[in-house]
Design a protein around this ligand. Structure first.
Ligand code: ADP
Ligand code: MG
Length: 237
């Protein structure tokens, strides 16, 4: 059997006295879509930061296709195929949508033509000359994702892609992501708060509680887990 695309083993990261990630283990297969849910402050963003190299773990292993990457700087991990989006979209506000994609294409070593294809594919052609900072939040997120895809990642890490979106929009994002994963064969780990989105994603769900992955499985099973209900679903009414 080949190694999983992403393998996290007993990762630990603390800030001062706060144990943000407390022995988290997780596996993601090539081309797999997985939702990561959990209450505020349980360590989801820190886990992403460990995988992308923004933070270094104090203990544990991070493997990409069997290779230990925990010591590599963020840019090296991008080159190995790890792409991510942020809770606040990482676009250049003063540049147009087209210019943002051109910058991303250049940074990824792709021809300019691919920036224009990406603009079409993301459904952003009508907004090409608008300053990114003036686009509605949902379109900024779409632009950011299109920029990340120019890197041709094998693994996408999406941090709350529906933050600030209406329900209908967020369900459209779920459908878009499902299609993307199926069409491009890219694997994606999606941090999400919105359970309607998670249900619509139709993927497995991992639950993070107090810095650990506490449960994983189909949405219906995870959502009925007593510990999950008490710690997460219960706390949200
Ligand atoms: N850079 C940091 N400095 C200090 N504490 C941090 C830092 N980043 C995260 N934390 C703390 O680590 C815990 C986990 O945070 P985070 O990973 O952002 O959780 P989530 O994304 O699940 O809401 C929280 O208690 C948070 O306050
Ligand atoms: Mg977070």
């Amino acid at each position: 059997m080949s190694a999983p695309l992403l393998e996290l083993r007993h990762l630990v990261k603390s800030f001062g006295g706060v144990l943000a990630v407390a022995g988290a283990s997780l596996e993601l297969a090539e081309g797999e879509l997985l939702a990561l849910i959990g209450p505020n402050g349980c360590g989801k963003t820190t886990l992403f930061n460990l995988v992308t190299g923004i933070e270094r773990p104090e203990a544990g292993a991070i493997r990409l296709a069997g290779r230990e990457i925990g010591g590599l700087p963020p840019q090296a991990r991008v080159r190995l195929g790890i792409g991510r989006t942020f809770q606040v979209p990482g676009v250049f506000a003063a540049l147009s949508a087209r210019e943002n994609l051109e910058v991303a294409a250049t940074a990824a070593g792709r021809p300019r033509r691919e920036a224009h294809e990406a603009l079409e594919r993301a459904g952003l052609a009508a907004f090409a000359e608008r300053a990114a900072g003036e686009l509605p939040h949902g379109l900024q997120q779409r632009l950011e994702l299109a920029m990340v895809l120019l890197q041709r990642p094998r693994l996408l890490l999406l941090d709350e892609p529906t933050a600030g979106l209406e329900l209908a929009e967020s369900l459209a994002v779920a459908a878009r992501l499902r299609r993307l994963v199926a069409a491009e064969g890219v694997a994606a780990l999606v941090v999400e708060h919105d359970l309607a989105f998670v249900r619509a994603l139709g993927a497995e769900v991992a639950v993070m509680l107090r810095g650990r992955i506490a449960a994983r499985g189909p949405y219906a099973r995870v959502a009925s887990d007593p510990e999950v209900r008490a710690a997460y679903l219960g706390s949200r009414g």
